[in-house]
Ligand binder design. Structure first.
Ligand code: ADP
Length: 371
């Protein structure tokens, strides 16, 4: 291949590369800017060739780049060359975006040149942020709902130290009212116990306050299909979906539902996890999620069906009662939280046996007003 052919071939590669490629000389002047860079940065090659590459960088990189090049040519100390890292770029319209940058160095006619390979990672970073935020909201809301649902359970927890300290105080009163010789050692000990129990009660209250820092939840018209897809993904983050056949029958045409999507995701995540746990020993492991408009056309009914060990009549009675768990390590609050969430959405939740085996959990949600 002669030099001319090699050049044509190289240009063809650079033109079709998905990644941006920029070539600069030792003082940062751009000599090549491939078509992918046009897409990434919004400049045409003629607007940048001959200009300094720092025009593609926001501060502080913009101000520091000349210094980087100079210090590299003086000391050959490598900050980025041959390493590659995540940096920020600036588009023609001034917007700043995250990018992966890998830089290589070579010689052209005896002069050093630098080849930068650029990948716009906006989508990846946004996806990660959105996902982190979703997880965070999930955890928060599960605490809020747990709080709502477990109000009475916590009152019960509070009752115990309160009753104990009342007992101690009554004892002190009794001892004092008897008069005569006072056993101050004993009095001190009982007083300390009363103080200890009162501290316990105030700790419980402090914990409760921590739970409910973030106020009410908002509802909006939401696609049930999207909620279901996210819930499946989240449920299987902590559950191995191997060997479980998952079928989802939620039509795109279903009207939007008026819900807090995080809470309804949480209901579905609970139901999906329970279904998977119930299928642990089953030969056939099939999870089915269906949704359809109810006959009054005002609600959507969702069903989560499994082929697990199923439910007895007695189970069906107590399923939604807090702290009733059929599992060795179960808390027994998932379904009661789900029930309170569905009730806050003016819906209903119930369960029945599946045929020939397994369980079906149903719940209804209101559709968003249609205009
Ligand atoms: P936990 O999962 O912590 O026990 P839940 O309130 O979510 O709490 O569930 C309560 C109980 O209901 C479970 O322990 C289980 O015995 C029963 N259960 C829930 N879902 C199913 C299901 N799909 N199939 C059979 N039993 C179930």
């Amino acid at each position: 291949m002669d030099k001319r052919e090699a050049e044509i071939e190289l240009n063809a590669v650079l033109d079709t590369l998905v990644d941006g490629v920029v070539i600069i000389n030792a003082i940062g002047t751009m000599r090549m800017f491939n078509p992918a860079c046009v897409t990434i940065f919004g400049y045409e090659p003629e607007e940048v060739i001959g200009e300094n590459v720092k025009m593609l960088m926001p501060e502080p990189f913009h101000g520091e780049h000349d210094g980087y090049l100079k210090s590299y040519s003086d000391t050959a100390e490598k900050k980025i060359i041959g390493i590659g890292r995540e940096v920020q770029g600036r588009r023609k319209d001034g917007s700043v975006f995250p990018m992966d940058l890998a830089v290589g160095e070579t010689l052209l006619n005896g002069e050093p040149i630098f080849v930068g390979i650029i990948r716009d990672i906006t989508k990846r970073v946004e996806g990660q942020n959105k996902y982190d935020q979703l997880q965070e909201e999930h955890f928060h809301l599960s605490r809020v709902s747990a709080m709502n649902e477990m109000g009475s359970a916590i009152a019960h927890e509070l009752n115990q130290p309160m009753a104990a300290s009342i007992n101690y105080l009554e004892t002190i009163k009794l001892l004092l009212s008897r008069g005569g010789e006072l056993d101050t050692g004993k009095l001190l000990e009982i007083t300390s116990r009363a103080i200890e129990q009162t501290h316990r009660a105030s700790e419980i209250i402090a914990r409760m306050r921590g739970f409910i820092e973030r106020g009410d939840v908002e509802k909006e018209p939401t696609s049930l299909k999207e909620i279901a897809e996210t819930a499946i993904r989240l449920a299987f983050l902590s559950f191995n979906s191997q060997n479980i056949q998952i079928d989802m029958d939620v039509s795109e045409d279903l009207p939007l539902v008026f819900v807090n999507n995080i809470q309804i995701q949480q209901v579905l995540v609970n139901l999906i996890k329970n279904a998977c746990e119930a299928m642990f020993d089953s030969q056939v492991k099939r999870l089915n999620i269906l949704a359809a408009l109810t006959t009054d056309k005002q609600h959507v009914e969702v069903q989560v069906r499994d082929t697990g060990h199923g439910l007895s009549e007695a189970d069906i009675e107590t399923l939604f009662v807090p702290f009733s768990s059929g599992k060795v390590d179960g808390m027994g609050v998932g379904l009661s939280i789900s029930q309170s969430i569905v009730a806050h959405h003016d819906g209903q939740i119930w369960a029945r046996q599946n045929k020939p085996n397994g369980s079906v959990f149903h719940f209804t949600l209101p559709i968003a007003e249609r205009d």
